[in-house]
Design a protein around this ligand. Structure first.
Ligand code: ZN
Length: 655
């Protein structure tokens, strides 16, 4: 580890707060130091308040900000005086501490100050840096952790035995440093056992470089810290197994989750270690990781279902052993070690699953390295529990608000570059689903990216292309819950005696056979999906055909029959299959203003009359169809299968 300070980069950041932003980002850029919201930093300044009075202010990292991307606005400005006074109170509840910290802010709109704000305030230096550096964690999570720290740093650091973060920690440090001259004593940092490290200085660069130097010394003392971890060639990914695992874990959680499989050599090597069950069960690197990853991962045995059940039972027992009036969280693991395959991380969104994956990786790398450099002993179960169920940490999780109806689900939508397909993808994405769109048109890539989804250029009539797309979705997100099979073409009107064979064949290939292929390749995964649903996009033509549209109408009629058969076959597995019959959706690329005007004229109507040519006299838009499709894939239609739903404003030929 070395300093990445650059004078020219630093020059772009003005003032003390600017320099604070710069070195915070330097810390945040190194995953060996800081991960996902971990760590916090501060700077002390003197400012003039609203009334023209001079006040001492602590700018401390605000809750919800990440050091890697922090800006000036990410630091909460808190008056120093109340922070220092709080340190003098022997007992203070966390709730009171948070309240008083907030009340002491110069700007009521600023984010909540870090729960370590008091600790930052009492350290008598302008710049204070705090990380959960892996090497410090490895050094201290050991039976003789304190002695190891003393051997490495001598008198240059203060050592604080593990206590809960927040007020108790601030108070412990206050007792330790009050009345002392840290500079005269040559003290450059504070090592918090099983937690992390603080460094400080009156200069931004010096405080940052103290961090780099002390952590580097810990790495050097551990010997071979940076060595490459032993890997193993991962087996061929068991995608069906992954989808089944995702389904099981989601059901334990009571909500759909995205599953990210890390099957890299290092991950597969770790998962296949002979003593993996022992190693994985020792606990997290630092207690606050338990909020995202739980205390320990699940390790799968030969019977995967039994392994997950055992994990859930053990989690409930762990809760019972330590709970003091709290409500138990769900019993599903967030990380699953899968021997032979790798490490699977779970989250309610891709972002959350990725954060869990990063923490899981840092943990298993640190634990493995610590094992080979002296041994690993995590904090006690009780200490972890107290942080996992700490009200201040649980409050962070609750910030998200109510979940969206399709949150955590994976949806495939075909023909979604534009029109009805795009509207379906948009509706599902806005309700929380991760959408994978497929289309022949290259516009699919940008269109789906605009929804936070993924667009794939796929020719749905080709088996290999469909298989690759379906398997890719499972490999990246863990499974499939929703299939909207929408791709279609309108073949030009030709009466039967004039019908070109290619017209018929093409309609059958795209409007019927491609759907049958897609069903064939997605059904095995849908069977493991969460509240799985298939929605096929049919047409009003099925019940009210028009002359000259044989190839289109017959393909859509057969598609309707395919839906009914699928509903019969898939009901035992809980997969619903319904079909929607839209009509006269004019806001698609098929309809230009010119041909709309031409059609209206043919009926002796204005364009407006023509667009609402149905019983309800209402215009039908793509987004109306998209909203209905999203509803049909939701629990609202949870007791409906094999149904045909018209979205046509009412048609007297159908009714
Ligand atoms: Zn910390």
């Amino acid at each position: 580890m070395r300093s990445i300070w650059s004078d020219s980069e630093a020059a772009a950041f003005a003032g003390d707060l600017g320099k604070r932003v710069y070195t915070s980002r330097l810390l945040g850029a190194d995953p060996e130091l800081v991960l996902h919201g971990g760590g916090n930093t501060s700077v002390k300044t003197r400012e003039t308040d609203f009334f023209g009075e001079t006040v001492d202010v602590l700018h401390v990292k605000g809750s919800g900000w990440d050091l890697a991307t922090i800006e000036n606005a990410g630091f909460a400005p808190v008056r120093m005086k109340p922070l220092l006074r709080m340190a003098e109170i022997p007992h203070l509840s966390d709730a009171d501490m948070v309240r008083q910290q907030r009340a002491a802010m110069l700007d009521p709109e600023a984010p909540n100050p870090s729960i370590e704000a008091i600790l930052h305030a009492i350290i008598p230096f302008r710049f204070v840096d705090h990380t959960h550096a892996n090497a410090i964690i490895a050094l201290t999570n050991h039976a003789q952790g304190g002695e190891r720290v003393r051997a490495v740093f001598g008198g240059e650091v203060l050592i604080v035995p593990y206590v809960m973060p927040g007020f108790i920690l601030a108070r412990t440090v206050w007792e330790l440093i009050r009345g002392r001259d840290l500079t005269a004593e040559g003290i450059r940092g504070i090592v918090l056992m099983n937690h992390g490290i603080f460094t400080f200085a009156d200069d931004a660069r010096a405080s940052y470089e103290n961090m780099i130097e002390l952590v580097s010394r810990a790495e050097a003392a551990l010997g071979g810290w940076g060595a490459t971890l032993a890997g193993a060639g991962a087996a061929t990914a068991d995608l069906l197994g992954l989808a089944e695992l995702r389904g099981q874990v989601s059901r334990l959680r009571g909500a759909a989750m995205i599953a990210r499989l890390d099957s890299s050599e290092a991950a597969a090597g770790y998962a296949s270690l002979p003593h993996i069950a022992d190693l994985a069960a020792r606990g997290p690197a630092t207690p606050d990781h338990s909020i995202r990853t739980k205390r320990i991962p699940a390790v799968l045995g030969a019977d995967r279902t039994a392994s997950l059940q055992a994990y859930a039972a053990e989690y409930a027992a762990y809760f019972q052993r330590h709970a003091k009036g709290q409500t138990m969280l769900d019993t599903a693991p967030r990380v699953v070690i899968w021997p032979g395959q790798g490490v699977v991380s779970f989250g309610r969104s891709v972002t959350e699953a990725d954060a869990v994956a990063d923490i899981a990786k840092a943990t298993w790398e640190t634990v493995q390295r610590a094992e080979t450099t002296g041994g690993w002993r995590a904090l006690s179960e009780r200490d972890i529990f107290e942080v996992e169920y700490w009200d201040l940490e649980q409050a962070k999780l609750r910030q998200g608000g109510a979940a969206k109806v399709h949150q955590g689900k994976v949806a495939l939508v075909t023909g979604s570059a534009a029109g009805i397909g795009f509207a379906c993808a948009e509706a599902l994405a806005s309700q929380g689903a991760k959408v994978i769109g497929m289309d022949l048109s290259p516009e699919i890539v940008e269109g789906m990216a605009s929804l936070g989804g993924e667009g794939l250029v796929v020719n749905l009539t080709q088996d290999e292309a469909v298989i690759a797309a379906v398997e890719g979705a499972v490999r990246r997100f863990g499974g499939i819950d929703i299939l909207v099979s929408n791709a279609g073409i309108f073949t030009a009107g030709q009466y039967l005696d004039q019908l070109e064979q290619s017209n018929w064949d093409k309609s059958m290939a795209v409007n019927l056979t491609s759907h049958q292929k897609l069903l064939k390749y997605t059904i095995p995964y849908l069977k493991h999906g969460i509240d799985p649903a298939i929605v096929l996009v049919g047409s009003r033509n099925v019940q009210a055909p028009g002359a000259g549209a044989a190839s289109y109408s017959c393909a859509k009629a057969a598609l309707t029959q395919l839906c009914r058969v699928a509903a019969l076959e898939l009901a035992p597995a809980g997969v619903r299959c319904n079909i929607i019959h839209p009509d006269a959706v004019f806001d698609t690329k098929l309809w230009t203003p010119e041909n709309l005007a031409r059609s209206a004229e043919r009926y002796g109507m204005t364009v407006e009359e023509y667009k609402a040519r149905n019983l309800l006299r209402t215009e039908i838009k793509s987004r109306d169809v998209g909203a209905m499709v999203a509803a049909m894939a939701s629990p609202l239609f949870g007791k409906t299968t094999g149904a045909q739903i018209p979205v046509d404003g009412g048609n007297d030929r159908v009714i």
